[in-house]
Design a protein around this ligand. Sequence first.
Ligand SMILES: [Zn+2]
Length: 351
Amino acid sequence: MAQNYAEWTSSSDSEFNEENSEDLSHSELEVLPNYVLEDHSNLKSLQLSHNNFVTFPKELGSFLNLVSIDISNNGLTNIGCEILYLKKLNNLTAKNNLLDNDALPKDFGLMTSLETVNFSGNRFKEFPMQLTEIRLLKGLFLGANQISSVPSAVKNLTQLETLYLGGNCLTDVPAELGSLHRLSSLVLCDNQLHSLPPTFIHLRKLRSLSLHNNMLSTLPQEIVALNLTELSLRNNPLVVRFVQDLSFDPPSLMELAGRVIKVEKVKYTASDLPLNLVNYLTSAQRCVNPKCKGVYFSSKVENVKFVDFCGKYRLPLLQYLCSPTCTYTSSCSDSETDDEDSAKMKKVLLG
Ligand SMILES: [Zn+2]
């Protein structure tokens, strides 16, 4: 008896059995059958995929113990505010419907019990802002919509482990994506991305990065510091047609003075200089050319360095030099670090 009690208490809400779950998928339903309505307080899991619902059934608002619902592949155009009553709902899967930005209740962000939301294959033109309020979200799937930008508020989703944004209309992604420290899988394939923010270096748990079918010409240098095991890059202009942008704004007098202070190691303390100058001097970046001891602040020259991965592929990484006269071509001296990089990356999908 004691053992049974222990088993019962240790079983989590995500464990479903015949008693508390109902599979009504592929049943040509337009309304919920009566016997299911009568069981409303008992059900934890409900499968309603591949039916003919056009709105989220209002009656579901009384299924207060529901933990997981799959209502994919219906004709859903709307999810009413009844869903807000489902305080235990952990997993909402509503892919392949007709949902757009007006389809969700304004207070959808109050559904703080949600850990996984799947709205892939719908008609969202904008990233639904309510989702950025669901702070405990671990998995967010918004693939195959028409989303053209990701809001900087995405940084609120600090528990996110999987973010799927493949098959949208993104031309860039915000630097704030780099603050999602728990992210292990990031899917950005099938968009129109031209570049990636260097803040990706902070994604220490990222293992899989999907970038195929985009417009990428280079990758940020920082990407080699990630512990990726999978990187997909096929169908990007990179490798075959990379851009070498040599436009160079001449350094300002402040930058020139700052460079001298840094290179000559002129001593200064916080009491010698105004705070903004101290901060400016701290922002100096070292020139990547190992033969140059220079630094730069904002005046820099883009340089594309090819790095070997897996001993097979050469990826163009974007890095910066201190001036156009600071010439730097990859030589044998790089091979040591290149070997390190290739050992880290297990799988690069280019073809
Ligand atoms: Zn230099």
